[in-house]
Design a protein around this ligand. Structure first.
Ligand SMILES: Nc1ncnc2c1ncn2[C@@H]1O[C@H](COP(=O)(O)OP(=O)(O)O)[C@@H](O)[C@H]1O
Ligand SMILES: [Mg+2]
Length: 242
């Protein structure tokens, strides 16, 4: 089962959702592999401490042929969660051949209950190839109209590719007294998208601090409002996975 965390818009929280879900679903006893499929940024690898070994996805994707041994050797681990990392390098990124990505994934898929993939923003080959390889899709948006509009495009692409859209995560919800005209209410987001609301993560300084500390917020500040929200998101995702 490959589940991708997706949104056409950058900066809405895909990587943060993937990192924290990876930790929490692992704690729930699911055998998870996190895949950093944002080849240009390697943000997931960085958020998880960036302590990957010398090999990353770039190395694999620039090989002539991908062997099972090479793939297995490239999987590192962060906070107890297996991770297929990206070692950020412009040269490595330019050499990487996305056509090899399906082979890499199919080599690993059977070894895990869940392959949880962080994907790049945009609607282009970099985002479509990981999406094509996914079984299910978890969309992420902020409550801002532009982000919601962009994620509706992602939903449409996922549907076109015949993927099961699990639902949407609303991230960075500000407190109601800060509600400007620019922030939609969660109910409005879910109704506009006609998707199941999987979870609401509040705007929380602890998330920014955790990213600077290179440790998922659910481990960095487990009692913070964002961490509590991630815990209930993980429960909803686990229930959907069955
Ligand atoms: N719930 C939140 N509260 C506060 N800041 C957040 C929250 N979620 C994400 N952020 C901030 O937004 C930035 C972008 O998040 P990220 O997960 O990298 O987005 P994406 O992967 O969609 O580009 C993070 O570096 C973090 O500082
Ligand atoms: Mg990201």
């Amino acid at each position: 089962m490959i589940l991708s965390v997706v949104s056409a818009k950058g900066g809405v929280g895909k990587t943060t959702v993937a990192a924290n879900l990876g930790v929490l679903l692992t704690k729930r006893g699911i055998k998870v592999l996190l895949v950093d499929a944002d080849l240009a940024s390697g943000d997931l690898t960085l958020q998880l401490g960036g302590k990957a070994g010398p090999r990353g996805l770039h190395t694999l994707l620039s090989s002539e042929k991908v062997s099972e041994e090479d793939v297995t050797k490239t999987v590192s681990s962060a906070f107890g969660v297996p991770l297929l990392p990206v070692i950020p390098s412009l040269r490595g990124y330019l050499k990487a051949k996305l056509d090899l990505f399906p082979t890499v994934l199919s080599t690993l898929e059977d070894q895990y209950d869940l392959v949880l993939m962080d994907t790049p923003p945009g609607i282009n080959k970099n985002s479509i190839v990981p999406l094509t390889e996914s079984d299910r899709v978890l969309l992420v948006t902020t409550p801002d109209p532009v982000a919601v509009s962009d994620v509706s495009t992602s939903r449409d692409v996922a549907v076109l590719l015949e993927k099961t859209v699990m639902g949407v995560v609303i991230n960075r919800l500000r407190k109601s007294f800060l509600f400007g005209s620019k922030q939609l209410k969660p109910r409005e987001v879910v109704n506009t998208l006609k998707l199941k609301g999987m979870g609401i993560i509040p705007e929380d300084k602890a998330v920014e601090e955790s990213i600077l500390a290179k440790k998922p917020v659910v481990l960095y500040k487990p009692r913070s409002p964002a961490s509590k929200a991630f815990t209930s998101l993980a429960r909803s995702v686990a229930e959907e996975l069955g």
